[in-house]
Design a protein around this ligand. Structure first.
Ligand code: SF4
Ligand code: SF4
Length: 378
């Protein structure tokens, strides 16, 4: 259970050996530890068995439609974020809901088992904590609580790592979600450079986090440690140049369904759905029956869907949103306007993934600004 961070926020300092002990302790307590790893020239979240799995000395370079890793420095968490979001583990791309088996004239219905796996996320950024909080509202707080999400979430241990760098695509500060983690974690680390190596300012955000911290080799933080970690997050904040002006944004978008800018963005959008797949808050799914070849066993499978596909809005008689313009407008207006009506929060946390992973570099911050300014586009 998470508690207010102020109740247990005395900072300690953990060195790289202590980080390794943290990973080992999580394994020993039965957690599957997931965190940043380097694969296919990107930082992706995957199994972490020790600190040697972490992308030490790698940083990312991001821009609209552009992502590269390069060698720089010695930090374990010097990258910002990659293409995978934590939703891949809490709300996985495919999930069996139930299945049937037919035989001897009977049909047996089997509910899908609920996972009791204990997950630990290592390296959750502040914007990603905000995204998990958004998905909590969708899957836990509404009328249709998702039992699979609830089980994974209940057993989750979160280690946030504050950003020491920002990518050019980041705009968390204007969305009020970062770059420093404020709540929603069990432990928060800030990596900083010392004369000998790297070190981590560690703060507990829950009883479980405080208990874990008490078992690790730490020392109380000095004022110099606190200043060094503050400088690291201040550096990230100073590098954030993109922003969205959120004042009055919801009525602005709702009042402009016929703005010519929607035609302009539709002429560039490929309707590839990348933005929805990488977005840490997008949650839409479709449900299909999948049977074996002899028709004995059938599963009802839920999988990620995207509002950028034409069949997503299919209802009796045809699709409701038949044009790329209607689909992009739906996505952006939902993210930044109607999401607030539905869940009491924006659907965008400013992570910038949709900008980086859009093959043609469409930028949600630029589109929102164009609608506000009355810019009619090219
Ligand atoms: S809309 Fe884009 S910037 Fe906002 S949370 Fe989704 S991927 Fe991140
Ligand atoms: S905005 Fe970009 S990523 Fe999203 S569907 Fe269009 S082309 Fe693909």
């Amino acid at each position: 259970m998470l508690v207010e961070t102020d109740s247990c926020n005395s900072p300690f300092v953990l060195d790289a050996n202590g980080l390794g002990r943290l990973i080992a302790s999580l394994h020993a307590s039965g957690h599957r530890v997931l965190g940043p790893t380097r694969r296919d020239n990107a930082v992706v979240y995957d199994e972490v068995r020790s600190t040697s799995d972490l992308p030490r000395g790698w940083v990312d370079e991001q821009a609209g439609g552009h992502y590269r890793l390069k060698r720089e420095g010695e930090a374990y968490f010097g990258y910002t974020i990659g293409p995978t979001a934590w939703k891949s583990f809490l709300h996985p791309p495919k999930q069996s809901l139930w299945s049937t088996k037919t035989g001897n004239g009977q049909t047996e219905i089997r509910p899908a088992s609920i996972s009791d796996e204990k997950l630990a996320f290592l390296g959750v950024r502040a914007c990603e904590l905000a995204a998990i909080a958004v998905q909590d509202k969708v899957f836990l707080d509404g009328a249709y609580r998702d039992p699979h999400y609830a089980a994974r979430r209940a057993n989750l241990f979160i280690i946030a790592v504050n950003c020491g760098r920002a990518a050019s695509t980041c705009f968390c500060s204007s969305m009020g979600t970062g770059p420093k983690a404020r709540e929603g974690y069990d432990l928060a680390l800030t990596e900083f450079i010392t004369s000998e190596d790297v070190a981590f300012l560690a703060v507990a955000g829950s009883k479980e986090g405080a208990e874990m911290l008490s078992t690790l080799p730490t020392r109380p933080a000095t004022q110099a440690d606190i200043d060094a970690s503050t400088e690291a997050t201040a550096q990230a904040e100073s590098q954030i140049n993109r922003r969205i002006d959120t004042s009055g944004l919801s009525p602005l978008l709702k009042e402009n369904p016929d703005h010519p800018r929607w035609n302009d963005v539709a002429s560039r959008c490929l309707n590839c759905a990348n933005c929805t797949m990488v977005c840490p808050t997008c949650f839409c799914t479709k449900v299909e029956e999948v049977s074996d070849l002899d028709g004995v066993e059938t599963s009802r499978v839920q999988s990620w869907a995207s509002c950028f596909t034409s069949d997503f809005s299919y209802i009796h008689g045809g699709a409701v949103r038949t044009t790329p313009k209607a689909r992009y407008r739906q996505w952006m207006t939902h993210k930044l306007a109607t999401w607030v009506d539905q869940f009491g929060t924006s659907g965008c946390v400013g992570c910038g993934r949709c900008i980086t992973w859009c093959p043609v570099g469409i930028d949600i911050t630029e589109e929102a600004a164009a609608i506000r300014s009355g810019n009619k586009g090219g």
